[in-house]
Ligand binder design. Structure first.
Ligand SMILES: [Zn+2]
Ligand SMILES: [Zn+2]
Length: 357
């Protein structure tokens, strides 16, 4: 490239995405970097845009998961330089405000998520040939030479999210289970599978996956899940109680976005256990606290806080985490419309789609 225009996935409104030529981004502030995207991914939350749940203005480039090569940096950028291979967080944060300093980077008042519309800073997305990254020193991390794009691309979003499912949502939390513990994960999609990997790191002895799609359960099984439950075939609460000697799981993670799964989490967690909600349940739900209170459970919920990047890169480098198996499709960026269709309809055995600009 190098011209003034680039190819990008542009939201058209009404659930439609198109690959179009748009203006190539340029450095605007001294702490910006322009990154040539080498690998981008489609995320479940991109589907919230398509379904109208997350408002994004027509004409916006979407996408927030990517890695690439630094093309150009502003005068204030010190940690990366042109030519560096970098991993990006799914969003930006300033790194300097009190919120960032207390490691609550998702909540930075100067921050936002790439391609996620006015609720999240109205930033342009990264399913494109180039991306402008503000606060580049905070947001970009050099990728160790020996690691491929596909090994690290999930660190800035879904793997950080799955990790949060097990560590706990607060910045200083260090694990909702102890070695030997049991975890039930509702949803065997990309985030659920990342949560499975995190549960293994934290020493879970029994990992139970719940998903109505058999091929996704099968993938969880290959990745080392111990119990696979299809809620269309058996009552998941009963099955989880059976798998845990009638006690319930110590930790139940909601990674599917379904209200029913959330209820089931509450009913299948053990006394004094924890329910951690990562999936976005898009409607208000009613909870019967008379039943909850006797269980002494903790309910927490959270979106991705990208603070474990170095730890995750170390685990990936040491082959303790390998999320490559969840990549079922690698497609050219030019085929993004088809890719979104496959991902949205869950056809062709899809779990995660990588786009190559
Ligand atoms: Zn995402
Ligand atoms: Zn900040």
């Amino acid at each position: 490239m190098g011209g003034l225009y680039m190819k990008a996935v542009v939201y058209q409104g009404n659930g439609v995405v198109k690959v179009q030529e748009v203006e190539k981004p340029t450095i605007i502030k001294a702490d910006d970097a322009i990154v040539r995207v080498t690998t981008a991914a489609i995320c479940g939350s991109d589907l919230h845009i398509i379904h109208g749940v997350l408002p994004v203005d027509p004409g916006t480039v979407i996408g927030h998961e990517f890695v690439g090569i630094v093309e150009e940096v502003g005068s204030a950028v010190t940690t990366v330089k042109p030519g560096d291979r970098v991993l990006s967080m799914a969003g930006i944060n300033c790194g300097k405000c009190p919120t960032c300093r207390s490691r609550k980077v998702w909540a930075c008042p100067n921050g936002g998520i790439f391609g996620n519309g006015p609720m999240f800073g109205n930033l342009q997305g990264v399913q494109a040939e180039f991306a402008r990254v503000q606060y580049a020193d905070e947001v970009l991390t050099k990728i160790p030479d020996q690691l491929e794009d596909e090994q690290v691309i999930f660190v800035g979003d879904i793997l950080a999210t799955g990790y949060l499912g097990i560590t706990g949502v607060k910045p200083d939390d260090r694990g909702l289970i102890k070695p030997g513990g049991s975890v039930a994960i509702y949803g065997s999609g990309p985030v659920g599978l990342c949560t499975l990997a995190a549960a293994q790191i934290y020493g879970a002895a029994k990992i139970i996956m719940v998903d109505p799609l058999e091929y996704r359960l099968e993938m969880a099984g290959k990745m080392g899940a111990d119990v696979l439950i299809n809620p269309d075939k058996v009552d998941p609460v009963k099955a989880i109680l059976e798998a845990t000697n009638g006690l319930g799981a110590e930790l139940a993670v909601e990674a599917s976005g379904s209200d029913e799964a959330l209820y089931n989490c509450i009913h299948s967690v053990c006394a004094a256990g924890t329910v951690n909600i990562l999936g976005i349940v898009n409607k208000p739900i009613q909870l019967d606290f008379s039943k909850l209170i006797a269980k002494n459970i903790t309910i927490e919920a959270g979106i991705c806080n990208v603070i474990h990047t170095q730890e995750l890169l170390d685990l990936i480098s040491a082959a303790r985490i390998d999320m490559m198996p969840i990549i079922t499709h690698t497609m050219p960026l030019a085929d993004a419309e088809k890719a979104y269709d496959i991902f949205d309809k869950r056809t062709d055995g899809v779990v995660k789609i990588i786009l190559k600009p």
